[in-house]
Write a protein that binds this ligand. Structure first.
Ligand code: ADP
Length: 259
């Protein structure tokens, strides 16, 4: 198997005053081309794990590695370029005072990728088109867009520096049900067309099964099972995974795994 791009080894995170660690000895390996879903009920430790993988929080013990090196010794610019993130709520993740073009172009400026002003503008137009918006939308501001369109803007910003990984924390759960499928389909298309590898935190197993070849089920800060999504979701080995599956009122029939 190819070397993981991003890896967590025995990650533990304790918060002061909390009797139990939020994350307790978690191993995770993200390999190119193998989208990974992280599922589990609220409080399982999914967001804590994502923050450690993004380097915005540090583990109490264990280590995060990027491209074979511990994060502390990895090339910071390469890491920030190649590990991009999309959050749950595009309202709070987009600066309302910046134009869409400035928002989408910001990673290019701060990471100094994409050349000069003209090349950056071309790249912004290109990624806006890639997410189903128009280049001229760059002149508008976030409040002029619907929730689904704002999430497209957030995805365009993440794509701008041509990352290898896209980490997405519940990317559709703040959206109207009617637009969720469109964003899931956009993510699927981008994964296929750009060769992006997706790490998806979601409590929605149907979405994980559509977007991720591998899945990791978390509970109380630990991994209860992991493996190919088709296997874990059709033949769950752990009672907790079976409960999670049973909690879905009705499984979609068209997602390639039997209900
Ligand atoms: P999930 O994303 O699966 O809902 P979280 O990673 O947000 O889970 O939370 C895991 C556990 O850690 C929960 O018990 C939560 O209350 C606790 N927790 C998360 N962030 C903090 C924090 N900043 N301070 C104290 N406890 C926290």
């Amino acid at each position: 198997m190819n070397e993981p791009i991003l890896e967590g080894r025995q990650l533990t995170r304790r918060y002061p005053g909390r009797p139990h660690p939020a994350l307790d000895g978690v191993d995770i390996a993200v390999r190119a081309g193998a989208g990974l879903g992280i599922v589990g009920e609220s409080g399982a430790g999914k967001s804590t794990l994502l923050r450690l993988l993004l380097g915005v929080d540090r583990p109490s013990s264990g280590e995060v590695r990027f491209a074979g090196a511990p994060l502390a010794r990895a090339d910071g610019r390469e890491f920030r370029r190649h590990v991009q993130v999309v959050f749950q709520d595009p309202r709070s993740s987009l600066n309302p005072r910046m134009s869409v073009a400035a928002i989408v172009g910001e990673p290019l400026r701060s990471l100094r990728v994409g050349g000069g002003r003209t090349e950056r503008a071309e790249r912004v137009a290109e990624v806006l088109t890639a997410v189903g918006l128009r280049p001229e939308d760059g002149r508008r501001y976030p409040h002029e867009f619907s929730g689904g369109q704002r999430q497209r803007i957030a995805i365009a910003r993440a794509l701008a520096p041509s990352p290898r990984l896209l980490l997405a924390d519940e990317p559709v759960s703040a959206l109207d049900v009617s637009v969720r499928l469109q964003i899931v389909e956009l993510l699927q298309e981008l994964v296929e067309r750009l060769g992006l590898t997706l790490v998806l935190v979601s409590h929605d197993l149907a979405i994980v099964s559509q977007l991720c070849a591998e899945v990791m089920v978390m509970r109380h800060g630990r991994v209860v099972e992991s493996g190919p999504t088709a296997t874990v979701l059709t033949e769950p080995a752990d009672a907790y995974t079976r409960d999670l599956l049973a909690a879905i009122p009705q499984l979609p029939q068209n997602l390639g795994w039997a209900s």
